[in-house]
Design a binder for this molecule. Structure first.
Ligand SMILES: C[S@@+](CC[C@H](N)C(=O)[O-])C[C@H]1O[C@@H](n2cnc3c(N)ncnc32)[C@H](O)[C@@H]1O
Length: 210
């Protein structure tokens, strides 16, 4: 998906992917990562997800990244949080206490821009990307992590013929192919869900950076 696709979705407020509640699989599975409260956590392709707020409430230092500025402005407005802004060559960074919200292309963030992370929360991020972008995404996330960093991934499965993505169905063999060289992988089962009115399964994985 090109930037135009997502910017257009935000511009038209066609954001069916946005959850008005904290994701129940986050609150259920995040404790399994056993991260310390002060862990540095990365949330790629964050939208204006309320899950960011929940992660901060756990005491984590959170860095979220989102392409679209309207989304990030909406996040701060809806949370009623003020933010200061700093300008980087390719990003605007909104700062609020333990949160840095980077506006711009996730793929343009360099390892040198940020201290390494202890954890990642990936919800509707990997599955938002078409097949040809996924290994580049996994490399980009991996480069930002400490060895041993923990990763909570919520993937999606549905019969491919039922709909076209995003979100894309990514089965466990594809997850293994994408992650096995840099991560250990544990699958925690399927949770029935619905996307675009179609039944599907959300699949939870915990990964650990080798
Ligand atoms: C399916 S939405 C999910 C948002 C959020 N994770 C959630 O669960 O609500 C994917 C988001 O990724 C953003 N996005 C897409 N490509 C991106 C990129 N290259 N860099 C940063 N954000 C990107 C889009 O603007 C969109 O808000």
């Amino acid at each position: 998906m090109k930037a135009d696709f997502w910017n257009d979705r935000w511009q038209r407020n066609q954001i069916g992917f946005h959850n008005s509640e904290i994701h129940p699989l986050l609150t259920r599975y995040w404790p399994m990562l056993e991260l310390t409260n002060d862990a540095r956590v990365l949330v790629p392709l964050a939208g204006k997800s309320l899950d960011v707020r929940w992660l901060i409430a756990q005491g984590h230092d959170v860095t979220a990244v989102e392409l679209n500025k309207l989304a990030v402005e909406a996040f701060f407005r809806e949370q009623q949080w003020s933010a200061t802004q700093t300008h980087r060559p390719q990003h605007i960074v909104f700062h609020h206490e333990a949160l840095e919200f980077w506006v711009g292309d996730f793929f343009a963030i360099r390892k040198e821009d940020l201290s390494a992370f202890d954890g990642v929360y990936d919800c509707a991020a990997l599955i938002a990307l078409p097949a040809e972008m996924r290994s580049g995404y996994v490399d980009a996330v991996s480069a930002l992590l400490k060895p041993g960093a923990k990763y909570l991934l919520v993937s999606l499965e549905y019969p491919d013929e039922n709909m076209s993505g995003p979100p894309f169905a990514i089965d466990s063999s594809k997850i293994t192919r994408l992650f096995h060289t840099s991560f250990s992988i544990h699958c925690h089962g399927k949770h029935p869900s619905e996307v675009k009115g179609q039944p599907c399964f959300e699949i939870v994985y915990t990964l650990q950076r080798l």
